[in-house]
Design a protein around this ligand. Structure first.
Ligand code: WT7
Length: 651
């Protein structure tokens, strides 16, 4: 990690919310937070039951939290529907004409959906899915750009008990294939393409290539977005607009009663080894958790215009573009296109145009925009903003100060929210009207959450001593399974410390109990906030015909936080050329996606390995960074490899 991105704090000031902000906030002071927190952990079941009463239930639960081996089951005996809570409930409460989704296309076109319009579209699409014979529990893979049909498709699945598995549009055909096959999706919703920075991303083509190896898929529904030429396979592919306008497709559809612990969605994410894992979230607990966190952390009010810049293909978009905001009856903005397209003020123009009040983005985006200078945001009116947020990685103090001073005009609190795909929602975060903020720290746990920092032997660390970040008590939004892989679930999350959730991050806790996240402890690389597994990237490099072996490690990157550095050995007799290097990099982009492209690739005759043949990534990391703090390398089968690699390192 570069110096700038570690937890070493150069900004020592503490930023308190203004009286005005606190006075109007849901949680108004640190004292109030502490009181709620104390109660929430003394009696979590009571705390969560009170909150769950605010949701709509077809049938009330029997038990808030299961015990013993069922310790992660929430609200069993209850019947609920997530889509109903996001749409029908708001309509019943008088919000039928309130805007649910504002969509800004990359070309500047706007489309809005009120709650009742959205319900109508969602109901129609639920009926389309039913017409294709999909039944409760079937998996639907959604591979779409950031267009309203993405929101419609996921809510339609939720309405009739189908499990969605959304694959980020930045992933390509091979990654798609793995994800589709792992969950045996029956149907795919995609589009003819997506716009990004003025170019068209060939989503349907990627699907066509992937489907050569996906026997479970029977139907592909294609949204027309780009009007580009694609091929439609007879009896398999059909157009979204054709399906939606069939006379037999009714515009009402009953939301079915789901058990609290029925699956809601699968979302694939990277881990230490092998293929990505299908993180499974269920109905009631997930909904409650994103509902409550969204309400308090974003301090939502009826007149807010809320914008989260994430892609719905990641958990941030699931929880805080769709399920959290809509279950609160909020107005959520969705933006289709590129960060700086056509100019570096695109984000600020959107804030100005829609009078965005709450803005949630990633440190990598802040750093990228900061680079273009203050003139871009300064030329736009950002006075509607009242609250800012970040997610995805720690924010370095310099970026924090720019965000605070230039974007928030020193008025807006910043919530630095720590969480993961697995956690469903935000776990460690300021509450904006209550928590004094230390830039770079995600601060304190959300009510009901009990994080701790542990040593290898399971004992608690001292103040400021780094260790394993864990969560000691279950919470409603936690993952319930790794899809069809209970062993991996147990081992990854509960294998190190008994009955304690292992986050996979290192952290320290300061004297005020504030948490400072220090980075991943496993082989996960966060490239521009996107979570990538070294194993998956390596397998795509190795699938190139010239490659014998590959190892990838993170290197610091000023904008992206981390970038990928690849060491590659070639098959015997193949010459290392610049063209081959480019070809391998393009191969990764084609098969896995552009986000996974190594930014540097070094050819190597040999990699540092232990005597048992294990690649020592720790050593490669040091070589790539040029820091040379190898520690003990006596265990290497051939220590001379290190010097050779050092000499050819790409700076
Ligand atoms: C990993 C999870 C949760 C939504 C986006 C990422 C890192 C996330 C923070 C933060 C420091 C953070 C952690 C975590 N991370 N938020 N505020 N400060 N690090 O979800 O793709 O599952 O990645 O992102 O390393 O383990 P994800």
């Amino acid at each position: 990690m570069p110096e700038d991105f570690t937890s070493v704090l150069k900004e020592k000031r503490i930023f308190k919310p203004s009286k005005e902000f606190s006075g109007n906030a849901h949680i108004k002071s640190l004292q109030e937070y502490k009181k709620i927190y104390k109660k929430s952990i003394e009696n979590p079941e009571k705390f969560w039951a009170e909150k769950a009463d605010q949701l709509h239930w077809f049938k009330k639960w029997k038990k808030v939290l299961g015990s013993n081996k069922d310790f992660f089951k929430w609200f069993e005996g209850g019947k609920i529907n997530v889509c109903y809570n996001c749409l029908d409930k708001n309509i019943a409460e008088g919000k039928e004409n309130k805007v649910a989704i504002i969509w800004e296309a990359e070309d500047g076109q706007t489309k809005t959906y009120t709650y009742s319009e959205l319900l109508q579209e969602v109901s129609k699409f639920s009926n389309v899915l039913k017409a294709h014979n999909l039944k409760k529990g079937d998996r639907v893979c959604i591979y779409l750009p950031m267009i309203p049909e993405l929101a419609i498709a996921m809510l339609a699945c939720a309405r009739i008990g189908l499990i969605h598995s959304i694959v980020f549009g930045g992933f390509s055909s091979e990654s798609l294939k793995d994800r589709i096959n792992d969950c045996n999706a029956k149907l795919i919703v995609t589009s003819d393409g997506g716009f990004r920075n003025g170019k068209i991303i060939p989503l349907k083509e990627n699907i066509d290539r992937a489907l050569k190896g996906c026997p479970s898929v029977k139907k592909v529904i294609v949204v027309k977005r780009c009007k580009n030429k694609i091929s439609m396979k007879k009896n398999r592919d059909c157009w979204f607009h054709d399906e939606m306008s069939k006379p037999k497709i009714d515009d009402t559809c009953k939301a079915i009663e789901m058990d609290s612990e029925d699956p809601l969605f699968i979302l694939y994410t990277s881990g230490t080894t092998g293929k990505p894992k299908g993180v499974l979230h269920t109905q009631a607990g997930y909904l409650l958790y994103v509902y409550q966190t969204f309400k308090w952390i974003f301090d939502i009010r009826d007149d807010d215009i809320y914008w989260c810049t994430a892609d719905i293909g990641w958990i941030t978009g699931h929880s805080y573009i769709i399920y959290g905001p809509l279950s609160n009856g909020a107005t959520s903005l969705m933006y289709e296109g590129g960060l700086t397209y056509p100019h570096p003020d695109r984000f600020w123009r959107i804030v100005e145009k829609y009078k965005v009040t709450i803005f949630y983005t990633a440190p990598t985006a802040i750093r990228a925009l900061m680079r273009y200078g203050d003139k871009w945001p300064k030329a736009r009116s950002l006075k509607s903003l009242r609250l800012l947020g970040t997610v995805g990685e720690s924010i370095n103090p310099k970026a924090w100060m720019w965000y605070y001073n230039i974007i928030g005009n020193k008025r807006c609190p910043i919530v630095d929210t720590w969480w993961q795909t697995e956690t469903g929602g935000i776990l460690i975060t300021p509450l904006p009207g209550a928590t004094p903020i230390k830039p770079g720290s995600a601060t304190l746990p959300f009510p009901g959450i009990v994080p701790e920092v542990l040593r290898e032997n399971g004992s608690k660390t001292n103040v400021d001593e780094g260790g394993y970040l864990v969560i000691k008590k279950p919470w409603p939004g936690m993952l319930r399974a790794v899809w069809h892989n209970p062993k991996r679930y147990e081992k990854t999350y509960f294998g190190k410390f008994k009955n304690t959730y292992l986050a996979g991050d290192s952290a320290r806790k300061d004297k005020d109990g504030y948490f400072w996240i220090m980075g991943r402890i496993d082989d996960v690389i966060k490239v521009a906030g996107h979570r990538l597994g070294t194993a998956e990237v390596e397998s795509h490099i190795v699938s190139h015909k010239a490659v014998a072996e590959a190892a990838v490690v993170p290197i610091p990157d000023k904008i992206k936080g981390q970038a990928i550095y690849a060491f590659v050995t070639l098959k015997k007799g193949i010459k290392a050329t610049d063209n081959l290097k480019k070809d391998i990099i393009m191969h990764v982009a084609d098969n896995m996606g552009h986000i996974a492209k190594p930014s540097k690739l070094q050819f190597a005759d040999d990699l540092p390995k232990t005597r048992s043949g294990k690649i020592m990534r720790r050593v490669l990391k040091e070589i790539a960074k040029g820091t040379k703090e190898y520690g003990n390398i006596a265990t290497l089968a051939d220590p001379s490899v290190v010097k050779i690699l050092e000499k050819r390192v790409i700076k």
